[in-house]
Design a protein around this ligand. Structure first.
Ligand SMILES: C[S@@+](CC[C@H](N)C(=O)[O-])C[C@H]1O[C@@H](n2cnc3c(N)ncnc32)[C@H](O)[C@@H]1O
Length: 267
């Protein structure tokens, strides 16, 4: 592949700066009373449903590496990668039994791993920041083995927090709220967290990458993030061409019609 994700308008660099600045405080979110502690448990459980001890897992956009280390602790060969040097430096400062930490170019187009290198890929709260989710999903599908799983979370548009995001786009009177540090932080987040799509859009993007949806556990409490789980399909050459044509002909429609794999029949 050629070209680089997000180079056109500097989006990838803006995302990198955003997370480099937040790196010093990111781990605190995973403290026992931190905002992300519950998420760590639910994501580890979710990944654990689809893998076996010793499986190779890539944590794409690993941040400070809490999930990567939790997966390694659970007996998986976990590798973390990220575009933010500051996030990754903190992740790598504690090896935690992980297989490795990999620095990505901010506008990477190809992941630096061989095809089918992993049994599972997880991307927790990452795709909302990338300029071209379809290109990233295609790479996730390439580096996972046929039949392997790809799990990712995306903003859930059904959650009230997401409705508030629309309101935040409404221009305020000049000067209003600009004094508020929290408001400015929120606006900065919305500038880099761009990808807001319906469920069927994510299904269509994943389908075009050769990923087929798998039923996944429902979370007890409504969350602003939705977990989606896929398996890399084993398409023959002609099936792959047909699927690509169908997806091109009507991305939204194929997303709505995507069938869930029966998890019971997969293992
Ligand atoms: C919201 S944080 C989530 C971090 C970690 N997954 C977690 O759940 O704690 C998003 C992470 O994705 C990384 N990221 C953003 N765009 C990326 C890309 N294109 N490739 C890899 N990592 C990316 C950021 O640097 C940041 O560390």
């Amino acid at each position: 592949m050629t070209g680089r994700v997000g180079r056109r308008d500097g989006h990838a660099e803006a995302v990198l700066r955003f997370f480099d600045e937040r790196a010093p405080v990111w781990s605190a979110k995973y403290a026992p009373d931190g905002a992300l502690m519950g998420r760590l448990a639910s994501l580890s459980d979710a990944v654990g449903r689809y893998v076996q001890a010793g499986d190779r897992v890539l944590d794409l956009g690993c941040g400070t590496g809490e999930l990567t280390r939790a997966l390694a602790k659970g007996g998986l060969r976990a590798t973390g990668c990220d575009i933010s040097p500051q996030m990754l430096r903190r992740a790598a400062s504690e090896r935690g039994g992980c297989a490795g930490w990999v620095q990505l170019e901010p506008d990477w187009r190809a992941l630096p791993f061989t095809s089918a290198a992993f049994d599972a890929v997880v991307a927790a709260s990452v795709l909302e920041y990338v300029a071209e989710p379809a290109a990233v999903l295609a790479e996730c599908a390439r580096v996972v083995r046929p039949g392997g799983v790809v799990l990712f979370t995306v903003p859930d548009l059904r959650h009230p927090v997401r409705w508030a995001e629309w309101l935040a786009q409404v221009p305020l009177a000049p000067g209003a709220a600009s004094f508020s540090v929290r408001w400015n932080r929120y606006r900065a987040y919305l500038r880099v967290s761009r990808q807001r799509h319906r469920h069927r859009w994510w299904l269509a993007m994943s389908a075009s990458a050769g990923l087929r949806p798998v039923r996944c556990p429902r979370r007890a409490a409504r969350s602003p993030l939705r977990l989606l789980v896929f398996r890399r399909a084993d398409l023959t050459g002609s099936q792959a061409v047909t699927a690509a044509l169908i997806v091109d002909a009507g991305r939204a429609r194929i997303g709505g019609a995507a069938r869930f794999l029966d998890e019971g029949s997969q293992r």
